[in-house]
Design a protein around this ligand. Structure first.
Ligand SMILES: [Zn+2]
Ligand SMILES: [Zn+2]
Length: 385
């Protein structure tokens, strides 16, 4: 007799393999189908077993079902919907304050949740690790932006409120982050609020001596006062544990460290050391610059984004000018770049004498890719699910 090829061999019984595939704790799969929007609809229920009243503990009586629809993480390239056939119960004790109740399981979803708990954490991980946007995520889930954001917001808020992430920090980094270039109109008025944030990062080495940079906090503003206030809020225990404070070459942050972390050693972070050194090398190698506005003289030599020294322009190529740029200088034009009018001066300044002197060529501060609002606090979330 041939081996059965069906997954669910016993009609009417639960299937361990289907349960394993769906993987919702405490729930058994009783049906799978595809709806008209190409979503996988998985119907689940808990196994029948005695239930005590959540108030008095008396064995409750079954009282029908309530179908609860939940958005789950996508599977097999399709959005997934869970239909949880929740059991409803009646308490037989006439003196009990709870007349009836519906089963709940926080591992699956909170009461009145629209998304499963694992879907919420899947979203957070996608945003946190894969640079996904809320808008991209909601397309994968086949649901709305607000549904996604309102579902993950309480988890993010709880993580942000959890001060345990500040424990054990011995190496503390700080840098600014420009997270949008739109209007600074208040969020309540439809704007995006402050453009600039100050980010604090835990750079403490693990027992193996490895650094796993962990974002501790992001606060609005980019000033020494912002950082000083944040350090002040952390308390003495936190400040006294910090042994090394790294920073970008901005005297405001340095002043805050001097003020709040007297016992810590200030260290210029590696990124800015390399950046400043590279600028010096570029300047001495030929004086090219990527500082807008680009003059015709400066365009005769170009640096690539990743280059560490200047590469001479390809004389045989077209001008390489972007539309609207000025034409190439006539031969004989001095190609050295001086402070161009209108350039933004670098507010950075070296903190120690060993730091390379900022070049004569002013360069804009590192401009980071703006993030959508939903991504602003993603990395505050601990890895615990
Ligand atoms: Zn099965
Ligand atoms: Zn009761």
């Amino acid at each position: 007799m041939p081996e059965p090829t069906l997954c669910c061999r016993v009609p009417g019984a639960y299937c361990d393999r289907c349960d394993l595939l769906v993987g919702l704790p405490g729930l058994r799969v009783i049906g799978v189908e595809r709806d008209g929007r190409d979503c996988l609809v998985v119907t689940v229920e808990s196994a029948a077993e005695p239930m005590g009243c959540r108030s008095c503990g008396v064995i409750a009586r079954g009282h029908g079902r309530v179908d609860v629809h939940l958005v789950d993480a996508p599977a097999f390239g399709r959005p997934v919907r869970i239909v949880w056939r929740k059991r409803r119960w009646l308490c037989p004790d006439p003196g009990c304050e709870v007349a009836s109740f519906v089963e709940q399981d926080e591992r699956v979803a909170s009461a009145r949740a629209v998304m499963t708990r694992r879907a919420c954490w899947w979203v957070i991980e996608q945003i946190r690790r894969e640079h996904a946007s809320v808008n991209g995520i909601r397309r994968h889930l086949g649901t709305g932006w607000r549904t996604v954001w309102e579902s993950i917001k309480p988890l993010l808020q709880a993580a942000a409120d959890d001060e345990s992430r500040f424990e054990g920090v011995t190496i503390l980094g700080v840098d600014e982050h420009v997270w949008h270039h739109a209007s600074t109109k208040a969020i309540e008025d439809g704007g995006r609020g402050p453009k600039e944030l100050t980010g604090m990062v835990d750079l403490t080495r693990d027992p193996n001596g490895h650094i796993k940079a962990r974002l501790l906090d992001l606060v609005p503003g980019r000033s020494g006062a912002t950082y000083r206030q944040w350090l002040d809020q952390r308390g003495e225990a936190f400040r006294s544990s910090v042994q090394i404070a790294t920073l970008d070459p901005f005297h405001g942050y340095k002043n805050a460290i001097d003020d709040q972390l007297q016992d810590a050693r200030s260290v210029l972070d590696a990124f800015h050391v390399v950046k400043l050194a590279t600028q010096v090398a570029r300047t001495s190698a030929g004086g090219c610059s990527r500082t807008p506005p680009v003059t015709a003289a400066a365009r005769t030599t170009r640096c690539t984004e990743s280059a560490t020294s200047c590469a001479p322009g390809r004389t045989g190529s077209p001008t390489g000018s972007s539309p609207g740029s000025t034409p190439r200088s006539p031969p004989g034009t001095n190609t050295s770049k001086s402070n161009s009018p209108g350039s933004v001066p670098n507010r950075s300044a070296p903190l120690t004498t060993s730091t390379p002197t900022p070049p004569a060529v002013p360069s804009p501060r590192r401009s980071l890719t703006p993030s959508p609002p939903a991504r602003s606090r993603r990395s505050l979330v601990s890895g615990e699910h």
